[in-house]
Design a protein around this ligand. Structure first.
Ligand SMILES: Nc1ncnc2c1ncn2[C@@H]1O[C@H](COP(=O)(O)OP(=O)(O)O)[C@@H](O)[C@H]1O
Ligand SMILES: [Mg+2]
Length: 405
């Protein structure tokens, strides 16, 4: 190989090196090959020391040793940011002769890695007196420049790896926190809902028909709706931590129309308050082999969005099926979703509106997608800014053979 091809080859290999050993292996071999020297070293600066990291030579040099920067030629090169060429090492004040005596070296050329505040140097050594030519110096300087880029890449790469590890830890801490918090929130919710329900039942059963009783009942009903809302939020949060997936297994033959009717009934107080009627379009029913609670949660999430973002306009729900796949369409005429957000909103914590408006955690659609996918189905949206949105849930009617029961 000629010099140019050797250099190109070394530069390419340097760009692929992912650790210091990799860089050192390319440098020691290429440096010697490029000049035909009898030895080459890679020296790195460590504070006030020169570290002879690696070498390739006809006899041992200083691999693994460290010298004070003031007492070695490599140090001089790093301090001055300039190459040095020495034909007779015993006749140059910059050379610490006792270090060279045990070696074969008679002549040398050393170039800095990076000329401004050098991070290291590359040395070439000859066993017979030799004055390194300008061409030789230039070509190892070119190698040193590529080495500097490779070392900088290593640093960035390590930094990146460190950040990824940190990020992983942060995400784990977040998940652990949400798991604990949502579980703690969920626990008192069920007895609370029961208490409110039984208080309502008491009032209805034994109420004296007084104005006070009516007022109490209306307050308790409103409390019960708030508990339902809290239940939906906490339910979505729990899904984030996979705790709620334990009900995933139980599947029965369930009617989509019945599920929709239930969910619509439960959302009535909200739709009345917003003045947005929810209509279920007439049509055939479809019965699928699903987990009822999970599908209810999915429908509830999509319907609550249609109401929340629907600007008080009517919401329409339609049920259909073709080729053994049920389809549920939930259409609103509200604020709509710009194209660039339409994929993102199905991810955790992703919202297309600022948190200050329409409060929410940005988990509903993510949970819905998970539920639909665990049933072998899919969810998609058809929308545009200001044009309203139609969410479509596709659910295979039968359990597929490869799905766990
Ligand atoms: N029917 C809809 N109309 C307009 N935007 C919607 C609709 N449904 C969902 N979005 C957008 O998708 C985002 C994510 O929805 P979701 O996961 O349910 O979170 P959340 O309801 O807590 O904001 C919402 O914040 C909103 O920006
Ligand atoms: Mg939502």
């Amino acid at each position: 190989m000629d010099r140019a091809s050797r250099l190109v080859d070394a530069v390419q290999r340097l760009s692929l090196a992912r650790d210091l050993e990799g860089v050192a292996a390319v440098v020691r071999e290429a440096a010697r090959g490029l000049t035909g020297a009898d030895g080459a070293t890679l020296i790195l600066r460590e504070g006030e020391l020169c570290h002879y990291v690696d070498e390739d030579a006809i006899g041992p040099l200083w691999k693994g040793r460290r010298f004070p920067i003031e007492r070695c030629v490599g140090g001089w090169v790093m301090k001055n940011g300039a190459p040095v060429v020495i034909e007779d090492i015993f006749d140059d004040a910059r050379v610490a002769v006792e270090v060279f005596k045990p070696t074969f070296v008679k002549s040398l050329a050393i170039v800095p890695i990076r000329t401004t505040s050098p991070v290291g140097a590359i040395g070439n050594y000859w066993s017979a007196p030799h004055r390194a030519t300008d061409d030789e110096v230039r070509i190892i300087q070119a190698l040193a420049d590529s080495t500097s880029v490779a070392l900088e890449n290593l640093r960035l790469y390590e930094e990146l790896e460190r950040r990824v590890v940190e990020l992983d830890r942060a995400v784990q801490a977040r998940d652990a926190f949400i798991a604990v918090a949502s579980h703690a929130l969920k626990t008192p919710l069920t007895p609370l809902a029961l208490q409110v329900e039984s208080a309502l039942a008491l009032l209805h059963g034994r109420g004296d028909g007084s104005a006070l009783a009516a007022k109490l009942a209306s307050k308790l009903e409103s409390a019960s709706r708030q508990i339902d809302r809290l239940g939906l939020l906490v339910g979505n949060l729990l899904d984030l931590t996979h705790i709620a997936f334990d009900c995933k297994g139980a599947r029965d033959a369930v009617s989509l129309r019945a599920i929709v009717a239930d969910v619509v009934e439960r959302s009535r107080p909200l739709s009345e308050r917003l003045g947005a009627p929810v209509t279920v379009v007439d049509g055939a029913d479809v019965v699928g082999h699903w987990n009822r609670l999970r599908i209810e949660l999915a429908v509830e999430n999509v319907l609550s969005n249609a109401l929340k973002f629907g600007e008080g306009k009517p919401v329409t729900i339609a049920i259909d099926h073709h080729h053994e796949v049920a389809e549920l369409f939930v259409r609103d005429r509200g604020i709509g979703i710009a194209r660039e957000h339409q994929l993102r909103i199905f991810e955790q914590f992703e919202r297309a509106v600022p948190t200050s408006h329409h409060g929410g955690l940005g988990l509903g659609l993510w949970v819905t997608r998970k539920i639909v996918e665990e049933h072998g189905g899919a969810i998609r949206v058809d929308s545009d800014n200001g044009k309203g949105s139609t969410f479509t849930l596709e659910l295979p009617l039968a359990q597929r053979a490869h799905e766990a029961p």
